[in-house]
Write a protein of this length. Structure first.
Length: 318
């Protein structure tokens, strides 16, 4: 039954649109996968590793691995980032490498913005040979797809103050075809994704911060997706949170700082749609390593706090 379901998913996937971006519940701990403008906002160079397994009970279900390194100030006011994303869905493998470039623009004493560009190259492989195909002569599955490459461009904007932020981004702007445009069997393109994010920080007590946030994801031919989340930071050490993806899943998030450099996080998604009866739940794990901080600062719950620390430190040095 599971193989039939996966085969059905792949059939839809091949006929409608091919490459869709990986889904992460814990995007807020490194939004660079969605928005290249994030790169310049870090106080220190950062290495980030994230792994997601979706629908754990379903054979051939999506698995996504994300590796990112970014440096906020290699050249004056420019931030640079390098990312690798590896997506697997049944016989489909989508490998993406990207380069992010971002800069800071000061608006006034309270508000700033960062602007970013993402340059990426994707390689798509579909190996139909690993499927248990009922009809071996089915023309849809006669020829596998090997190393179909394409370039793409993305952009992002962050507008933020010390307590609030709004972001808008599209990691992949161009709708690239991966198969022959004259093919009657496949119509596979990179569908455009647009993200709108917003959040606010509340200082409840000296040792407790609360951040409600929202992310809206728009993809043509798909329903609008909304994620609402609330994360609490305790004693500058522990993070607990919850998230709700409308008509899809409830999530639990937890994280802690193992040292001044290293943060570890985990999330568990419980499906609330029709997939819950056979697909199982989803889980996510990440490691975030901030490289050689110049001095010990409070563990970062919200990225713009470290920007202000760095900004005024540079003014003092001048």
């Amino acid at each position: 039954m599971r193989k039939i379901i996966v085969l059905f998913i792949i059939s839809i996937y091949s006929n409608i649109f091919s490459q869709q971006e990986g889904l992460f519940t814990q995007y807020m701990f490194n939004p660079s996968i969605l928005n290249p403008a994030y790169t310049v906002s870090n106080a220190n160079p950062m290495l980030f590793l994230q792994q997601r397994t979706q629908w754990g009970d379903l054979e051939g279900a999506p698995q996504t691995n994300f590796l990112n390194f970014n440096h906020p100030s290699l050249f004056n006011n420019l931030g640079l980032g390098v990312s690798i994303v590896n997506d697997n869905l049944g016989p489909v493998n989508d490998f993406s490498s990207s380069f992010d470039l971002s800069t800071l623009v000061r608006i006034n004493d309270n508000w700033n913005t960062s602007l970013g560009l993402k340059f990426s190259y994707n390689v798509l492989n579909v190996n139909f040979d690993i499927l248990n195909i009922y009809n071996p002569n089915d023309p849809y599955f006669l020829n596998s797809i090997e190393d179909q490459g394409s370039f793409n461009l993305g952009f992002g904007v962050f507008l933020y103050s010390e307590e609030s932020y709004v972001g808008f981004s599209s990691p992949y702007v161009f709708k690239n075809n991966h198969f022959d445009s004259e093919s009657v069997l496949y119509k596979a393109t990179d569908e455009q994704h647009f993200y709108l994010t917003a959040g606010h920080v509340f200082q409840l007590k000296n040792d407790i911060k609360l951040k409600p946030s929202i992310i809206t994801r728009y993809v043509s031919n798909l329903p609008l997706q909304l994620d609402f989340s609330v994360n609490a930071f305790f004693f500058e050490k522990f993070i607990l949170g919850t998230s709700h993806r409308i008509n899809s899943a409830f999530s639990f998030l937890a994280g802690f700082y193992a040292s001044k450099n290293l943060m570890i996080g985990y999330s568990h998604d419980a499906e609330t749609n029709r997939l819950k009866d056979f697909a199982g739940n989803s889980s996510e794990f990440f490691l975030k390593w901030e490289i050689t901080p110049k001095e010990i600062i409070n563990p970062r719950f919200f990225w713009w706090e470290t920007f202000w620390f760095s900004y005024f430190s540079l003014l003092h040095l001048k």
